[in-house]
Design a protein around this ligand. Sequence first.
Ligand SMILES: Cc1cc2nc3c(=O)[nH]c(=O)nc-3n(C[C@H](O)[C@H](O)[C@H](O)COP(=O)(O)OP(=O)(O)OC[C@H]3O[C@@H](n4cnc5c(N)ncnc54)[C@H](O)[C@@H]3O)c2cc1C
Length: 298
Amino acid sequence: MKAAQFAYHRPGTVAEATQMLAEFGDEAKILAGGQSLVPMLAMRLTYFENLIDISRVDELKNIELRGDELIVAAGTPHAFVGMDDEVADSVPLLTLATPHIGHFQIRTRGTLGGAIAHGDPAAEYAAAALALDATIEATSQRGRRDIPAAEFFTGLWETSLAADEILTAVRFPVWGGRSGFAVEEFARRHGDFAIAGATVAVELDDDDRVARCGIGLLGLGSTPLRGSAAEEAVVGQNVGAVTAEEVGRLAIGGLTDIPSDLQGSADYRSRVGAAMVTRAWTAAIRQAQTSETEAIHA
Ligand SMILES: Cc1cc2nc3c(=O)[nH]c(=O)nc-3n(C[C@H](O)[C@H](O)[C@H](O)COP(=O)(O)OP(=O)(O)OC[C@H]3O[C@@H](n4cnc5c(N)ncnc54)[C@H](O)[C@@H]3O)c2cc1C
């Protein structure tokens, strides 16, 4: 099957792109790496009269450490994020998440902004943005606004971006001190979207108490989610006070719309999800206690 006919536009700047969005309104869609949008157009799951290709907008390809935030411009390909030393040093969760995204061909074309704007419930970068409390920058002719990751994902493939807005960058806080990070997921074949998974960030104080914790969940709802009940249970507690299995159970416990489909029933996904949180929690704690940062560069 082929996509229906559309008009193709290729702006050279963000300003030109936002002007086009303002002009075409609901009849236009941003095309970034095309790794999600093009298959959906080809299968005629969606249709837009105008596609605005931002892949040649140079100002959307950049990674910059500014103060205590890492700013990744939206058009930066997954592969660049995954290979960047500054990313590995400052926001290792992104480095760990990258190899789980599709295959290397997809990671070469697909962009960090596209993966987040697409709003897939099993998107690793989206779950990392949630776990780290990232901020999403949206730009339109009306100006720029910041959207906390917690308010960005509103439904299956739906976000709080307005029709005239471009996601221009994501700002990831740099966690310091004794921090550990891990991504664990289960898919039937490598490169498939995960059936369920977890991204975990944890920071310990000098007495091995959990000072900060973020748990992102993949494939366990209509959007990427946070394992809030587990986070609340562990913060302020000594590492050993809550077992890893209990953290897994708590993270999944309050979820109400776990999908059930050909990949697995809701019950199966919840058990896989709990196991992935348990594994990721264990790995993140181990890393926080031993500061195994070299492993991330390997
Ligand atoms: C076989 C296969 C396996 C995959 N596995 C995974 C996986 O495991 N994990 C995962 O996360 N992804 C996976 N993907 C999707 C892939 O990561 C995509 O690259 C990503 O979801 C979208 O990025 P993109 O740049 O290609 O965006 P596009 O496909 O170009 O766009 C996707 C959507 O985001 C919107 N968009 C893109 N950029 C912007 C922007 N800057 N501002 C506003 N809206 C924007 C588009 O309008 C569109 O609605 C897979 C894809 C394939 C084909």
